[in-house]
Design a protein around this ligand. Structure first.
Ligand code: NAP
Length: 345
């Protein structure tokens, strides 16, 4: 199978490359595309070297399978043209996620949604994937009716520039001895990628704030969860926050169900859930953390307890590597599922 990664020089694109090698994805050819800025750059792959190409305007990538990971504008412009040329597109961007023609897939949750796809398959938003690894099995067992979610999102969720900004500001702030006391005026953070300083700070998620006061990330979590779980009535309220963490998102979740659920029942379901690892050591006060979730395929789930404010509801805390399971790994798993169904030749 001839494979192309569009956005190969980005945070997700580089992880895709690593995962295709690590998981020995069955490919006969791999082509890497990015913007003209990266054209000509060499990248190591499977003991050899590949050269990054500028994405051709013609849309002809000579590929049977395209991982589209260069932002929504590129996917909106090109995804269906690649399909017309015979490719299946696994799209990491938000361009087509809510399109009724496009399955929105987390392989552990709704693999059957791949049946009869029209050529574009969407990878959900990273916070949505991480939340649903825990919520979907609970939904299947008990009927999820409401989820309130607070996220703590890593800078790599905003791509390579987000990582660079946290690194630069942290180094400069420490060198200026302005952090953590951070006297006003002692250090000029000069935000570029984000609107506000990210080192030694946190702020409401950097996506656009919509008319109802929720931001785009919060809206995605609600709408995408409903589509994936096929639960149009599901009530979701999210507060998404960017934190000065390099990698892996964490989320505090309160979940309510069609019937009262005990902690023991929820624990039994989550212990058997695919893609989930329980990390819930009260004695050692050790629970999911970005540093332990980073580089892991599984989403870590812990702080499992009965919600003291709502009898029969469950509170939990999750952490997942959003570059990996929240993006690249989920995309590769979708492609592996397609190969298993022989949907791509
Ligand atoms: P990134 O680090 O900023 O990388 C963007 C990639 O797209 C780079 O390879 C860039 O090439 C390329 N690109 C940008 N404009 C292009 C154009 N006009 N033509 C061709 N290539 C272009 O971003 P990322 O974090 O990898 O995210 C990629 C996509 O995945 C985004 O849609 C994002 O929303 C989504 N996503 C990201 C995450 C995450 O955790 N980061 C999680 C889920 C989904 P150059 O390097 O040459 O500029």
């Amino acid at each position: 199978m001839r494979v192309a990664i569009v956005g190969a020089s980005g945070a997700v694109g580089r992880e895709l490359l690593a995962l295709l090698e690590e998981r020995r994805f069955p490919l006969s050819q791999l082509r890497l595309f990015a913007s003209p800025r990266s054209a000509g750059r060499e990248v190591a792959f499977a003991g050899g070297r590949l050269v990054v190409e500028a994405l051709p305007e013609s849309g002809d990538l000579g590929a049977d399978l395209v991982f589209s990971s260069a932002g929504g504008a590129v996917s909106r412009q090109h995804a269906w043209r690649w399909v017309e040329r015979g490719a299946v597109v696994v799209d990491n961007t938000s361009a087509w996620r809510l399109d009724p023609r496009v399955p929105l897939v987390v392989p552990e949750v709704n693999p059957a949604a791949l049946d009869g796809h029209a050529g574009v398959i969407a990878n959900p938003n990273c916070s949505t994937i991480i939340a649903l690894l825990a919520l979907a099995p609970l939904h299947r067992a008990f009927g999820l009716t409401r989820a309130t979610v607070a996220t703590y999102q890593a800078v790599s969720g905003a791509g390579a520039e987000g990582i660079a900004e946290l690194r630069r500001q942290s180094a400069e702030a420490l060198a200026a001895e302005a952090a953590p006391s951070g006297e006003p005026g002692a250090y000029d953070a000069r935000p570029e990628k984000f609107r506000h300083p990210i080192a030694f700070n946190l702020f409401s998620h950097d996506s656009e704030v919509l008319d109802d006061g929720y931001n785009e990330e919060e809206r995605k979590l609600a709408l995408e969860s409903r589509k994936i779980l096929e639960a149009p009535e599901l009530a979701v309220s999210a507060t998404c926050v960017r934190v000065p963490v390099f990698r892996a998102h964490a989320e505090a979740i309160h979940a309510e169900f069609a019937r009262p659920v005990s902690e023991a029942e929820a624990r039994a379901v989550l212990a058997a859930a695919p893609g989930v690892r329980l990390v819930d050591d009260r004695a050692a006060n050790t629970f999911p953390m970005p540093v332990t979730a980073s580089g892991q395929d599984d989403v870590l789930v812990g702080r499992l307890r009965a919600d003291a404010s709502r009898p029969g509801a469950i509170a939990l805390f999750v952490a997942g590597d959003q570059v990996r399971k929240g993006a690249a790994l989920n995309a590769v798993q979708i492609a592996e599922a397609l190969v298993a169904r022989a949907a791509v030749a």
